[in-house]
Design a protein around this ligand. Structure first.
Ligand SMILES: [Mg+2]
Length: 227
């Protein structure tokens, strides 16, 4: 395998959708509060990190948070699943053509590195018809710290495709400074795309190896990712 391309989900492949509402509703029911949910920045963080930040801000102690998380995720996935039926995720410009282009290249592995819990990642990408593109993934449900996720994805890629792939053959693709940072920790190349809430100049300031406004120039993006 020549390259392993690891995509973030929200702001990178898709946008919109009902996830935040489902998250807040599930948190209200599980912990009796979602205070400050509007003040906590979701972008680039893992789902458990977001939950902990909101709950800690609302004065819920750590043991109560840990005890309640399994029930939170169960409710969240139920609400998300139901809501996506009517409000599917919107695929960002060029994404479908990019994934189709990468699929045509036999020696490229395509996977996910996302803060979404695994079930949420699947529901979101299924709603956009994109899930089948990804052979491996690491998720917020694997580790609360995003910086730990690239090495988990690499290990899974080796298990799936053989022990021929090293970190420097992998590229992390995401829309936030946290994506760039986790790629750097993982020893991987980074491509940042300004289709989330960060501008190209903000992403350039992170020291990402490549920064793009969006993925609309399919052939160029494929060339960049597989170089
Ligand atoms: Mg993102």
């Amino acid at each position: 395998m020549r390259r392993l391309i690891l995509f973030d989900i929200d702001g990178t492949l898709v946008r919109g959708g009902p996830a935040k509402d489902a998250f807040v509703q599930a948190m209200q029911e599980t912990f009796g509060t979602a205070r400050d949910a509007d003040r906590v920045l979701f972008a680039g963080k893992t789902d458990p990190q977001i939950a902990r930040e909101i709950l800690t801000g609302a004065g819920v102690d750590r043991a109560t948070v840990d005890r309640g998380l399994p029930a939170l995720w169960e409710r969240y996935l139920d609400y998300l699943d139901a809501a996506l039926e009517h409000h599917p995720m919107t695929v960002l410009p060029g994404v479908r053509a990019l994934l189709d282009g990468l699929a045509l290249l036999g020696d490229i592995g395509v996977g996910l590195v996302t803060g979404n819990i695994a079930g949420g990642a699947k529901l979101k990408l299924d709603s956009a018809g994109l899930w089948d593109h990804f052979g491996v993934g690491s998720y917020g449900s694997d580790h609360e710290e995003r910086d730990e996720l690239p090495s988990i994805a690499l290990r899974r890629a080796r298990e799936r495709w053989g022990h021929l792939i090293e970190a420097d053959q992998a590229v992390i693709v995401g829309d936030t400074p946290r994506d760039v940072a986790c790629g750097r920790v993982g020893g991987m190349r980074t491509l940042a795309v300004a289709t989330g809430m960060f501008s190209t100049s903000q992403l350039e300031a992170t020291g990402a190896d490549h920064v793009l406004a969006d993925f609309s120039a399919t052939e160029q993006v494929v060339a960049l990712l597989t170089a």
